[in-house]
Design a protein around this ligand. Structure first.
Ligand SMILES: O=P(O)(O)OC[C@H]1O[C@H](OP(=O)(O)OP(=O)(O)O)[C@H](O)[C@@H]1O
Ligand SMILES: O=C(O)c1cc(=O)[nH]c(=O)[nH]1
Ligand SMILES: [Mg+2]
Length: 192
């Protein structure tokens, strides 16, 4: 699948929203990829994650022990991608704002691939890496369905993106007037 194929799936699902969005990084954007509207369809999710798993396999990362998904957005794509990689899937979730591995044991030295839904600034993947490194796991790569930075974000490891779709985002103190005129909404789960 190429970027156009992936965006076609998002469009078909009505998942490309326009308005004024507060992103998890605090940045603002006129476009939001509401991945939940894709992941509600098992057939669409399977198609995307099977293609992402193929891309991960061709990256020759060596053995992978676990796939790790950052909740909430990473839960469904990490699970489905792990199915096509044939490895177990676990997740990190926020406890007082910090990603924790609350429900699983991760043996020291485990080789993990983080699977996310969307990358914008790379902040969420960098936070996930910090949590996993504290547990002495080895993060061999990260992967995502859509990289909104088109390769520019620093995620702290190699990033395998199924699609690269560059979308503008702005500092909250530097908004274009047409964006500032719209009420801002924050769809994600950080700080909830
Ligand atoms: O690269 P970044 O700047 O970190 O942005 C991408 C992150 O934003 C979204 O998560 P969010 O915290 O909004 O919540 P969600 O997982 O519940 O959707 C998305 O799921 C990624 O985790
Ligand atoms: O940066 C984000 O928080 C973000 C952007 C986007 O398009 N979709 C999403 O779920 N999160
Ligand atoms: Mg997320």
């Amino acid at each position: 699948m190429n970027t156009e194929d992936v965006l076609g799936v998002f469009r078909e699902a009505g998942a490309i929203l326009e308005g004024h969005f507060i992103l998890t990084s605090g940045r603002r954007s006129p476009v939001f990829l509401q991945k939940a509207r894709v992941f509600m369809h098992a057939d669409k999710t399977e198609k995307l994650c099977k293609a992402l798993a193929e891309k991960i396999k061709t990256a020759d990362l060596g053995p992978i022990d676990y796939v790790v998904g950052p909740a909430i957005g990473g839960l469904i794509p990490s699970y489905e991608t792990s199915r096509h990689l044939g490895v177990p899937s676990i997740w990190v979730e926020r406890e007082n704002g910090v990603f924790k591995l609350r429900r699983f044991e991760l043996p020291e030295g485990s080789r993990v691939v983080i699977v996310e839904d969307i990358v914008t600034t790379g902040l969420s993947i960098r936070e996930t890496i910090e949590t996993l490194r504290d547990l002495k796991a080895e993060v061999v790569a990260a992967a995502c369905i859509v990289d909104r930075s088109a390769g520019k974000a620093d995620v702290g490891t190699k990033l395998i993106a199924l699609a690269e779709y560059e979308v503008p985002s702005y500092d909250k103190d530097d908004l274009p007037p047409e964006l500032a005129a719209l009420p801002a909404v924050k769809p994600g789960s950080r700080n909830m």
